[in-house]
Design a protein around this ligand. Structure first.
Ligand code: URA
Ligand code: SF4
Length: 202
């Protein structure tokens, strides 16, 4: 008999996630995650950064080239733009925890030593990696989070995530601002959304 279940269905970070411990233990465990094939070509796991009890959690898609090299989220051009937008919206760096839905950089490369080009993670990798951001959310317990959804951006949503009520403010991705034709307009939109999050914090 031929099984219809491909081994790829089994990709998950679950066995690597510690049952106990804080953010430091989680970060250490994530460094050794082999839950999906993305760890093979990437340099390192890029875990979240920020205060343990930050009031806002920002969740990006996945690390980019710079993040992969430095091992920290949002340190490249998108990160610089995000820092500026946060400051303008009045969100202190100490109030923000920054992370990604997928923790390893996915890319294509025409030849060795050629530029590595970002490739969007698939649903399979997002699902496999899901236990990491879920645990970060549980440990950081932010008062609100910013998510990458464009349709309902700039409003406070109440949603149940991993069994907990969370307040979300969806916004545009800083990388999309960098690519936008009307870059200034897109940037103003990001700042306005972050101001909504800042006000929601009270
Ligand atoms: N884009 C992301 O989604 N995450 C990063 O860390 C950097 C760029
Ligand atoms: Fe583990 Fe996520 Fe990296 Fe895949 S992308 S190996 S699930 S940390």
């Amino acid at each position: 008999m031929v099984s219809t279940k491909s081994p790829e269905d089994a990709y998950t970070a679950e066995p690597f996630v510690p049952g106990r411990g804080g953010l430091a233990a989680l970060r250490k465990a994530a460094a050794g995650c082999r839950g999906c094939p993305l760890h093979r070509d990437a340099t390192q796991t890029v875990f979240g950064e920020g205060a343990v009890h930050a009031r806002v959690m920002l969740v990006g898609e996945q690390p980019g080239d710079q993040e992969d090299r430095q091992g920290k989220p949002f340190v490249g051009p998108a990160g610089k733009l995000l820092d500026r937008a946060l400051a303008e919206a009045g969100i202190e760096p100490a109030d923000a925890y920054v992370t990604n839905a997928v923790k390893h950089f996915k890319f294509t490369q025409a030849e060795p030593r050629k530029r590595r080009i970002h490739k969007a993670p698939g649903l399979r990798e997002m699902t496999a990696c899901g236990p990491w951001p879920a645990k970060e959310l549980e440990l950081v317990e932010p008062d609100g989070s910013s998510f990458r959804v464009t349709q309902v951006r700039g409003t406070v949503l109440e949603e149940e995530i991993h069994g907990r009520r969370e307040r979300l403010v969806p916004t545009v991705h800083p990388s999309a601002v960098l690519r936008a034709e009307d870059r200034e307009g897109a940037y103003r939109g990001l700042v306005t959304d972050l101001e909504v999050a800042a006000r929601a914090l009270g």
